[in-house]
Design a protein around this ligand. Structure first.
Ligand code: F6P
Length: 359
């Protein structure tokens, strides 16, 4: 059996431990009857044929290693079916199918997030035997309760908020910590709650800046001049929520500040006269060793992916629902975002203890 593997899109913690889970399981069952190939830098390596044979030693000692031993890259889905002059008019999809067939792979294991899954589904529709695993710090993949990388990123963002807390209290300042998460608020919500943020702003609950200022003023009147705001990089105001996609893009292109947090900082400073600082941990949140939770999750998902390969069941993403691993058809996953439900229990519980969502 010939199995190929690739990691695609933004990296995160747990990629190597997931590869290890797949590799160790396959070698244990098939022994010398399996050849595993590593494809370099995500779909780029499949397009250009940058493919190397691996051996069991490649999967040892990588449980705790951050990043990905295979490398990764972003290859936008919308470019996959465009004719490419450099390939004599063939598309990236054509090139990937050619290489998959040239190597006579029996299946392709794809570790990726949302964009990656659109292409994974496209490959499956063109006859590639795909099994995929959900990775991303954003936790926005449909069909799984949890993606690996998420809990590690929550730990890092929480640590940032903890550290900001001490300096914010000393100086009596308002701090905005901008948290990653692309278009969804999971990471900000979890880090905000665990870091004890006073205000959490997420895309799913558009904010009213006056309501945010009201919270800050009230805290000041109560003798708490410091406040912490956990703001998702994708947070939007109530006015922005009313705009069409096109209008929103145009409005953001005109925004003079580099991100929503800086805009908010200016708006709050104008309205309250308070001193504001912005902290952006950025890609730090995707770095380093996976936390214990992610090591377990990615190992389980890797092992589950191997189970599907052993059974010859293709066209699925492995996921975790209610604590048990499962398989979800790729067609159900591709193109869907798992967003925070504004009416979810976690939002109500956070509001009950006094956290404001500025809504
Ligand atoms: O999808 C993971 C993520 O880290 C998002 O949270 C963030 O918006 C994006 O990737 C950053 O992408 P890049 O690594 O291309 O800058």
């Amino acid at each position: 059996m010939k199995v190929a593997m690739l990691t695609s899109g933004g990296d995160c913690q747990g990629l190597n431990s997931a590869l290890r889970g797949v590799g160790k399981s396959l070698y244990k069952i098939f022994g010398k009857d399996v050849d595993i190939y590593g494809i370099r830098d995500g779909y780029r390596g499949l397009i250009y044929g940058d493919i190397r044979k691996m051996d069991p030693s490649n999967f040892s000692g990588i449980l705790t290693l951050g990043g990905t031993i295979l490398g990764t890259s972003r290859q936008p889905f919308k470019t996959m079916c465009l004719p490419m002059p450099e390939f004599g008019g063939k598309t990236k999809l054509d090139m990937m199918l050619e290489n998959y067939r040239k190597y006579k792979f029996d299946c392709l294991v794809i570790l990726g997030g949302n964009g990656t899954h659109k292409t994974a589904n496209l490959l499956a529709q063109h006859g590639v035997n795909v099994v995929s695993l959900p990775k991303t710090i954003d936790n926005d993949l449909w069909g799984t309760d949890m993606t690996f990388g998420f809990q590690s990123a929550v730990d890092i963002a929480t640590h940032v908020i903890d550290c900001i807390h001490t300096t914010a209290t000393s100086h009596g300042r308002v701090f905005i910590v901008e948290v990653m998460g692309h278009k969804v608020g999971w990471l900000t919500l979890y880090a905000g709650i665990s870091g004890g943020a006073d205000v959490i702003l997420i895309p799913e609950l558009p904010y009213d800046v006056d309501k945010v200022c009201k919270v800050l003023k009230k805290r000041k009147m109560q003798g708490k001049p410091f406040s912490i705001l956990a703001v998702a990089e994708g947070a939007i105001s109530k006015e922005e929520a009313k705009l069409s996609k096109k209008e929103f893009k145009a409005a953001r292109a005109q925004m003079k500040e580099p991100s929503v947090s800086y805009r908010l900082a200016n708006e709050i400073a104008e309205r309250t006269g308070q001193e504001i600082r912005v902290t952006i941990p950025g890609h730090f949140q995707r770095g380093g060793s996976p936390c214990a939770y992610d090591r377990v999750l990615s190992t389980r998902l890797g092992s589950k992916a191997a189970e599907l390969i052993i059974a010859g069941k293709y066209g699925y993403m492995v996921g975790i629902v209610n604590g048990e691993t499962c398989k979800v058809p790729l067609g159900d996953v591709a193109g869907k975002l798992k967003m925070v439900d504004p009416n979810a229990g976690i939002i109500k519980e956070a509001k009950r203890i006094g956290i404001s969502f500025g809504d």
